[in-house]
Design a protein around this ligand. Structure first.
Ligand code: GTP
Ligand code: MG
Ligand code: NA
Length: 450
């Protein structure tokens, strides 16, 4: 049995430092080159264990960490909420997560949203309290462990940091989690570790990595066992056109093996696509998948876990967030994928609101938030708002005026549907920040009640 690298999602509020943290670990400058300074796509990078060890130095031997894990597989997510597409359908794609919080800003809406989603998927996580170098009076010691750096600070700075940490502990407590600074933890099973770090100076990154390795070895090894010869299972992150290759899909393979010419099934908006793998392109180690462009290496096969670009015929309408399965028994695989479509699109009630979103992941996130708020959903689909949606919503409205609602995340409204909408008293919530949409809807409902 082979052990794969744990998949570690980095989540948190916009600009709290997710991409910069990964830049520090892989020695890159992705964040600097992002349009508008914002992450707009999902990234994936595998960091070999040797690099982690170089960063951690002899810290690892002190922790008596064994050598079974080949590396850490990081997923960078945008600060806004569509990151549920990174979850493997029917379970969590992320084995572990880092929740990043700017220690000087504290909890923000997206921080809370991230925690709620981690809670929902029961994903274990650590908190990286980032930007400690910006605490007033902090003396930076680039690359040092937190423990070393902390000892060098003036008492007032130490106190200030601890005070800010207690505020985080308080926020986590409100959300139902016990937490503590990592070096004061008494039970890893019941307490969340908070590791103070600076993604800019690298302070604390040693302990953060050591913590992740420790947790993975302690709690995940069974989950990380892969079936080296089994047909591959994966999740599509992005669908992209590449010069010379045509349409491609960036995919995380989390189990099994994928080979050139394998027959795979993928999800289109309303049906299943069966196609054949034409080529598998692997980014060089330490390269961001979305950043690699020509630095891909063509390979005949890859074993999980891996982030790869796949070229194949007819990928145009594949939905990002789609599951990928290699066909062994065609009927079984199709049933499995269809079931996953049903989980998303047909997990609805006779009456309720209408939801539309751009990807499976974001649709799922909206549905999950509405479920938590006990808002019934009549239908939830991927794609722009069309005339049919308006008709459906009107029927819902007749049953219950509160249900005359369309919630549209990151999609357009067709002009015809727009005109139709104007003739009705239906309520459209359209936007590209999930929590804002559901919050606006919540406020609207409250207002109606009063
Ligand atoms: P989104 O992906 O857009 O949600 O943002 P992000 O969480 O990836 O944050 P990003 O890495 O883009 O960092 C945002 C800004 O904060 C950049 O200007 C970084 O240089 C800065 N930054 C990140 N980490 C640190 C840190 O530890 N210290 C300081 N001083 N600045 C930091
Ligand atoms: Mg980012
Ligand atoms: Na940013």
């Amino acid at each position: 049995m082979k052990i794969r690298s744990p998949i570690i999602s980095v989540l948190g509020h916009v600009d709290h430092g997710k991409t910069t943290l990964l830049d520090y670990i892989r020695g890159s400058t992705v964040a600097d080159r992002e349009a508008g300074g914002i992450t707009q796509h999902i990234g994936a990078t595998e960091i070999p264990i040797s690099t982690i060890k170089d960063i951690c130095g002899n810290f690892i031997s002190k922790l008596s960490i064994k050598d079974t894990i080949p590396g850490l597989f990081f997923i960078d997510t945008p600060g806004h909420a569509a990151f549920t597409s990174l979850r493997k359908r029917g379970g969590a794609l992320a084995d572990l997560a880092i929740l990043i919080v700017d220690i000087n800003e504290g909890f923000k809406p997206q921080t809370i949203e991230a925690i709620n989603i981690l809670k929902m998927y029961k994903t274990p996580f650590v908190v990286a309290a980032n930007k400690i170098d910006k605490i007033f009076g902090w003396e930076s010691h680039p690359g040092n462990s937190f423990t070393q750096s902390f000892q060098e600070q003036a008492p007032s700075v130490q106190q200030d940091l601890n005070q800010k940490l207690y505020e985080l502990v308080g926020e986590l407590h409100k959300l139902g989690f016990q937490s503590e600074r990592f070096d004061r933890i008494s039970s890893y099973a019941s307490q969340i570790s908070i590791i103070p770090v600076s993604a800019s100076t690298g302070e604390g990154i040693i302990e953060l990595n050591a913590m992740l390795l420790g947790l993975a070895q302690e709690y995940l090894t069974q989950q990380l066992e892969i079936h080296e010869n089994a047909p591959a299972k994966g999740t599509v992150l992005e669908v992209k056109e590449e010069t010379g290759l045509g349409m491609t899909i960036d995919t995380i393979i989390y189990d099994g093996v994928l080979r050139t010419n394998d027959e795979i099934v993928l999800m289109l908006k309303n049906e299943i696509l069966t196609t054949n793998v034409r080529s598998i392109l692997k980014p060089n180690p330490l390269e961001e998948m979305r950043d690699s462009k020509k630095r891909f290496q063509k390979v005949d096969e890859i074993v999980a876990a891996a982030g790869v670009k796949i070229a194949a015929p007819n990928l145009e309408d594949v939905v990002s967030g789609s599951p990928l399965r290699v066909i062994n028994d065609e009927e079984d695989v199709k049933k499995e994928i269809l079931k996953e479509i049903e989980d998303i699109t047909i997990d609805t009630e006779e009456n309720g609101v209408l939801v539309k979103a751009d990807t499976l992941g974001s649709l799922e996130a909206v549905v999950n938030i509405l479920n938590q708020e006990k808002i019934p959903i009549r239908s939830a689909d991927i794609g722009d708002v069309n005339k049919k949606d308006v008709i459906k919503a009107s029927i819902s409205q007749k049953e219950d005026p509160d249900h005359g609602v369309i919630i549209a995340f990151n999609v357009d409204v067709h002009p015809k549907a727009r005109r139709e909408l104007e003739e009705t008293s239906l309520k459209l919530f359209q936007g590209n920040v999930i929590y804002k949409l559901t919050e606006d809807h919540h406020d609207w409902l409250e207002e109606r009640k009063s």
